[in-house]
Design a protein around this ligand. Structure first.
Ligand SMILES: NC(=O)c1ccc[n+]([C@@H]2O[C@H](COP(=O)([O-])OP(=O)(O)OC[C@H]3O[C@@H](n4cnc5c(N)ncnc54)[C@H](O)[C@@H]3O)[C@@H](O)[C@H]2O)c1
Length: 251
């Protein structure tokens, strides 16, 4: 019970990494609110995790929706100690073919959405004596140039920059950190793979496999807990050594 009595909001918490984090946080004694975009997903996660304190169907790129969901979650949780900005989208397209509206959408969800929610959370946490922690799911994309993901890579790079400035401005009361997952087997990834592509990607990861969402959840438990009291302004990479391997390492 490493998160007993922690009150937590997780965006994008109905599937993939966010769902694994929500389920593990409940096991660790946290009170958890999950936000998801799709109302069907909201119903499904409510059934799957009946211990959740609140489930909101909200688009994080819609500031009015975010204001409403935040007020509702705060009321249902009785406050907020930890925010996990995990919602995100990625669309695969070569740089020259990205439509302007698609670039805007990726930025609005992956960057503006995090700004909207984390600013509300920061104001709330700064006003309480015990402060709080804000965690963001960024990506190795924020530091590496993955082909055909120019918009996504740029959005995650922006997120890492936002995290650093927030960590400096909100210290010492509020800790802010980012997690950079490498390839993780979630619905977002699965949707993009043929069996051949999966084998090829596994082949270039030194650990020879994708991360499991549960492995990310363990890192989030640590970062949200009081054991991480001195961790702020940092990027925690969990990628099976992929981002430190050079081209020569693949030979
Ligand atoms: N899977 C990977 O390999 C990988 C690697 C690095 C980073 N990430 C990041 O991890 C996070 C979670 O992704 P995942 O892999 O679990 O995939 P996923 O598609 O299962 O999860 C993304 C979640 O975000 C939600 N979401 C999307 N747009 C939203 C919006 N506008 N408003 C509210 N919620 C919205 C989706 O409903 C979904 O639940 C994302 O930020 C993603 O960029 C994933």
């Amino acid at each position: 019970m490493r998160l007993e009595n922690k009150r937590v909001i997780i965006t994008g918490g109905s599937t993939g990494i966010g769902a694994a984090v929500a389920s593990r946080f409940l096991e660790e004694g946290a009170r958890v609110a999950v936000w998801c975009r799709n109302p069907d997903n909201a119903k499904a996660v409510e059934t799957e995790l009946p211990a959740l304190a609140h489930v909101a169907a909200v688009d994080v790129a819609d500031p009015d929706g975010v204001d409403l969901a935040f007020a509702q979650s705060l009321e249902r949780l009785g406050g907020l100690d930890v925010l996990i900005c995990n919602a995100g989208i990625s669309l695969r397209r070569s740089f020259v073919d990205i439509p302007r509206e698609e670039f805007d959408r990726v930025m609005r969800v992956n960057v503006h959405g995090v700004f909207y929610v984390s600013q509300l959370a920061a104001r709330h946490m700064l006003a309480q004596e015990q402060g709080g922690a804000i965690l963001m799911t960024a990506s190795t994309s924020g530091v590496m140039a993955y082909r055909h993901y120019a918009d996504y890579n740029a959005s995650k790079g922006a997120l890492l920059s936002l995290m650093r400035t927030m960590a400096v401005e909100l210290a010492p009361r509020v800790r802010v950190n980012a997690v950079n997952p490498g390839y993780t087997m979630t619905p977002m990834q699965e949707a993009e793979y043929s069996p051949e592509m999966l084998a090829r990607v596994n082949g270039i990861i030194p650990m020879k496999r994708h991360a499991r969402p549960e492995e990310l959840a363990s890192l989030y438990v640590y970062l949200a807990s009081d054991e991480a009291a001195y961790a702020s302004g940092a990027v925690f990479t969990l990628d099976g050594a992929e981002s430190v391997a050079t081209g020569a390492a693949y030979l």
